[in-house]
Every structure is written in structure tokens, then in C-alpha cells.
Design a protein. Sequence first.
Length: 260
Amino acid sequence: MEKVFKNICITGAGNGIGRAIAIAMSKEGYNVVCADIDLNQANETLEIILDNNGNGLSIEIDVTNSSDIKKMIKDTVVKYGSLDILVNNAGGPPPGDFRDWTRDDWIKAIDANMLTAVDLIKGVIDPMIENKFGRIVNITSGSVKSPIPTLGLSNGARAGLTGFVGGLARQVARHNVTINGLLPGPFDTDRIAANINFLANQSDQTPEAVRAAMEERNPSGRIGAVEEFGFACAYICSAKSGFLVGQNILLDGGNFNSNG
């Protein structure tokens, strides 16, 4: 009987995009490990999953802590036998002017948005190779393809992760282990609300006006719903996506004007 690989761990699953991915994967029949630095929020996500007859568990994790990462992987394997799919999702650093950022600011951003993902990948990649199945999805940002001036810390850290993964993905694809990036544009999350507030303060406009202008500029005429992002991620995580290797897929309503 062919083995079914249905065990997924999602970091930052306590709200926003991470929660949407967790719920979408549960609806597709996966066992979902909801990992978040805020255990209460992770529990809320898990409760939604359980209320809809899904399976999973919640774990408190600081992704910048290697011990927490090892515990999360161990708890998943103990519970379900394997960790088949990893979704690396972490909130980005705050917007600002690079003149104000210290070396510590940069280290913190790189740690949270590059090095932690590398550490997580290192913890799961060899068992995935041994099992001849693995899906790793890094949730980065549309700024990887179209840098956002006020998000310089995010631009730099996430671009570093993208470069590293681009090489690794080609090394492990022959083992049916894929690594890809999923790049959100403007989605209706706390993150976008914070960015809107920042831009409003900078331009002496109301947040409502900034949001309306952002929606008007987007070819779709709106900001994305997190549920749309969740189901896009579900495809990349599926067994049917094995020929998708080392790609960075942008979901932004067509905001980035490009053929690719």
C-alpha cells in the first residue's frame, strides 16, 4: 500500500496568512501542526480546525530558538510518525528608513526572516529525502520581486533566503523533495494594516484613504483575502506538485507588472 504523506507543520499559524494556510490544509485532509510564538492564537487556529472535523495540534515556538525548532519537529514525529510538509511563515520586520536601523536591527531581521527558515529546513530535509517525499514552502513577500522602499529590512532578509533556497531546491528535487516560495502581495492581515498606518502617518492621510488608493492601484481593484492564499499554498504542498521546483510564485492581484 502506498504511503500517504499528510503531516504538515506551519509556523506563524496563529493568525493571518498562517492561519489561512492551516485551515486550508486541514480541509484537504492533512494533520496540521499549528506552531506560533503565541500559544493562545495557535490554540484558536487549532480549535477552528477541530470544530470542522480536522486533526492537528498546537505548539508554542520561538522560531529563532533552535531548541524550540527541535522540539516542534520531535513532537510532530512522535504524534504522526513523520513531518512531510513544512511551511515557513514569520512576520516581517517593521517599515522605516534605513538611516535609522542599527546593526542589531539588521541581525534581528535576518535571524527571523532568513536564518530561522534555514534552521527549520535543516531539521527536516534529510528525513524527507529518506522518505522520498517532502514539500517545503517559504512564505516570503512580493518585495522579493519588487522591493518596497519602506521595507528594506524585509527586502534584504527575504532576498537572502530566496537566494539560498534557489540553490538547495535543485539539489533535493530528484528525491521528490521540493522547495518553493509563495510571495504575498497586499493581503488583508494585521501586517498590511500596520503598513497602511505607517504610510498614513508619513503622508498625513487617513488610513482609509491610503487603503482606498492601494486598492485602486491594484489591477484586481482590491486587497486579497487570506483564504485565497491558503488554497494556493495547498496546491504547492500537494503530492501533485512535484515538478514545481525552486519557484517564487507571486500572489498580488497583478500588482507587479511582469510576464513571469
